[in-house]
Write a protein that binds this ligand. Structure first.
Ligand code: ZN
Length: 99
């Protein structure tokens, strides 16, 4: 999906395909499906998607960080940002999709 996203406009069940990550909203709860890779370093399945830029919905953003679904990558993006971060060993890898 390209362009600006408005989290407030999400219907009860909304599936957003973002690269290989699929984010599923169910009744306002964010669920990541199992497309997430495992960590190439420690083989952990607890992996967070790195969210670059500013979130449209701060409540969603903070909750998703608390649930370790995402980690905040910051507002400044470069040409070689990683896409995934391991929740166990903090290894970062992958390539951020260009908007
Ligand atoms: Zn790891």
């Amino acid at each position: 999906m390209r362009g600006k996203l408005s989290w407030e406009d999400a219907p009860l069940t909304w599936i957003l395909q973002y690269g290989v990550a699929k984010i599923v909203f169910i009744d306002g709860e964010i669920k990541m499906d199992e497309i997430k890779p495992s960590c190439p370093e420690c083989k952990s399945n607890s992996v967070a998607w790195i969210f670059w830029g500013y979130p449209g919905d701060m409540d969603w953003y903070l909750k998703a960080i608390k649930d370790k679904e995402i980690v905040g990558g910051g507002c400044c993006i470069s040409d070689d940002d990683p896409k995934w971060e391991c929740n166990d060993c903090y290894h970062q890898w992958g390539e951020r999709d260009d908007d």
